[in-house]
Design a binder for this molecule. Sequence first.
Ligand code: 13P
Length: 249
Amino acid sequence: MRSLIAGNWKMNSLLADGRERAGVIAARAGGADVCDILLCPPATLLGELAARLRGSPVMLGAQDCHAEAEGAFTGDIAAPMLADLGCSHVIVGHSERRRDHGETDASVAAKASAVHDAGLAAIVCLGESAEQRDAGGARDVVRGQLRASVPRSADSTNTIVAYEPVWAIGTGDTATPDNVAALHRNLREDLLDILGDDGAGIRLLYGGSVNAGNAAELLAVPDVDGALVGGASLNVDEFWTIVESGRTA
Ligand code: 13P
């Protein structure tokens, strides 16, 4: 499967540097035979990046949305608004939102469903904590999250699953290729179980301290169909090296 390399800028970048970074990536992508690329800047930069990326193969995504399509929800952003801006994807259930905003599997599923209703693709994030890993429960935790966070509206055209072990995020402590292979194999089996044959077409991304030095090895793992990159996506050259490690077919 063709790889997707997604940059999650998290709460980083002001207008000037976001514009510059997106412009360089769009220019490089325009003249290269590379895998699929998605940029997920903070909401403040979505409009600006939409203009920058217009006409380029680089796609635009948001980092979160509300589960309702509109209404009295001060400070929130609805999925149709993101579609209106030119987004194609929305990340939902990132562990930082589960941790800092009390998001549960049920609220993540509701958001993913709202993303689907808006005609966009949801990137549903899953991953075990260090305590859960140490207790030997990673597989069960991740399986439970998958079953409860992926809504009934999911199919291979509108859903991507990102496995991001919490202990690997922003720590430099990447899961080993063997661990990633085992977890992704299990996720694939579960997706086939939940969605039937269509589960084979759902992209499975790995995230957690992916960088220019480890991307090629991680992206070569079976059932790793791309990467969700945090810190390293803020450096254009490092991000581009990761993009070049992805499969183009
Ligand atoms: P880092 O690549 O900084 O570890 O972040 C991963 C992540 O959370 C991407 O969503």
